[in-house]
Design a protein around this ligand. Structure first.
Ligand code: BDR
Ligand code: CA
Length: 359
């Protein structure tokens, strides 16, 4: 028997395949209607970091720490390092240990660092974070102690031993620890991949003076050293954080997760947002430091511009101001990726999804 000419064979093969293609299409459409939708927060490809978090907890720091510790597949946390800031060092260190206990992450070492800024008189923010440094919840002395040794030594030791450009440092408080480490051991920049820090203000104006944001104002000389380090820097300033605000619904979702961590975060926020809502007339409160963790996990939620940023450390009205050359008029090299916009709902979806994983 002669085989059919090739030109005729193809359409008839397609005809034979038609029922299979049709059934496949029906199955696909049905699945897309009945299958649970992947959470928006899971949609983007995951970024990963070998991470150290330097922090001064601080109500929003505690939320940032819980958020980060709930994301172990993306954030390989090497240690937490603490610094004086929102409250004195003994309390910021105790609060970091509380966050570790609440997240059930005894594997993460915590090193205490600088008890005061480099040069200026210490300032604290107990009016915002309460005298214990965490709003809305009872504090206690956690059983797991701090690690032996100082945070500055830990940073030098770890960054020296790290492969080139391998470690991300998230900074949620005054930048004293890294400034001390860079001064003693400038070679440690080699081990750093990126600094991601909450700090500064430009379009928004300051929150501790009309021109300055708290973390930079609390140690402007340290911020100067860090900004001049040559390490790639992303800053999440008040320009961003005052646009990523809580709402009663967003807090209710966290409270309704059904776990203790969700209730704790909601209790902290309910108390923490009151001051800023009243003072700035905002419809909700910022969760400053937690935006750093969201940026590490899902940078596509944010938009920034690479700009030159310097710190004013002269006595006067501009003390602690971040001077941002947004239009590039100074023709100086860009040293910061300055984040000015963010997807607020995307941020709260991601935060809520990650907090739901904790005990
Ligand atoms: C920053 O200052 C601190 O009070 C917060 O923890 C945050 O890091 C906001 O200006
Ligand atoms: Ca902080």
């Amino acid at each position: 028997m002669h085989s059919r000419p090739a030109a005729l064979a193809l359409p008839s093969r397609l005809a034979a395949l038609f029922p299979i293609l049709f059934l496949g299409l029906v199955a696909l459409l049905t699945a897309s209607f009945i299958a649970p939708k992947a959470h928006a927060a899971d949609a983007t490809p995951a970024t990963t970091h070998t991470l150290i978090i330097d922090t001064d907890p601080g109500a929003d720091d505690v939320i940032a720490l819980l958020f980060a510790m709930a994301s172990p597949e993306q954030l390989k946390i090497q240690a937490l390092t603490t610094v004086a800031g929102n409250v004195p060092l003994s309390k910021t260190s105790r609060n970091a240990r509380l966050a570790r206990e609440w997240a059930k992450r005894p594997d993460i070492a915590i090193y205490a660092g600088a008890p005061r800024p480099l040069l200026r008189t210490p300032i604290y923010a107990a009016d915002i974070h309460g005298s214990e440094g965490i709003t809305g919840v009872k504090v206690h002395e956690p059983s797991q102690p701090l690690a032996e040794g100082n945070a500055v030594d830990y940073l030098i030791r770890t960054l020296r031993a790290a492969p080139e450009k391998s470690v991300t440092l998230a900074m949620l408080g005054p930048e004293t620890n890294l400034a001390l480490a860079l001064t003693q051991a400038p070679d440690i920049t080699r081990g750093l991949r990126e600094l991601v820090l909450m700090g500064g203000a430009h379009f928004n104006g300051g929150n501790i003076t009309p021109t300055a944001e708290f973390n930079v104002f609390a140690d402007p000389h340290a911020a100067e050293i860090v900004l001049k380090s040559g390490v790639p820097i992303t800053m999440l300033p008040l320009d961003l954080t005052h646009k990523v605000l809580t709402s009663p619904e967003r807090i209710a979702k966290l409270r309704g997760l059904g776990n203790q961590a969700g209730r704790t975060v909601a209790d902290i926020l309910d108390a923490y947002v009151q001051h800023d809502m009243q003072y700035y007339g905002l419809p909700g409160g910022p969760v400053h430091d937690a935006t750093v963790v969201a940026y590490l996990l899902q940078p596509s939620l944010f938009k920034g511009r690479k700009v030159n940023v310097e710190v004013d450390s002269r006595e006067g009205l501009g003390f602690g101001q971040t001077v941002v050359d947004w239009y590039g008029g100074l023709k100086k090299p860009a040293n910061v990726n300055w984040i000015a916009e963010g997807d607020a709902q995307g941020f709260f979806d991601l935060l809520t999804q990650r907090i739901s994983r904790l005990p």
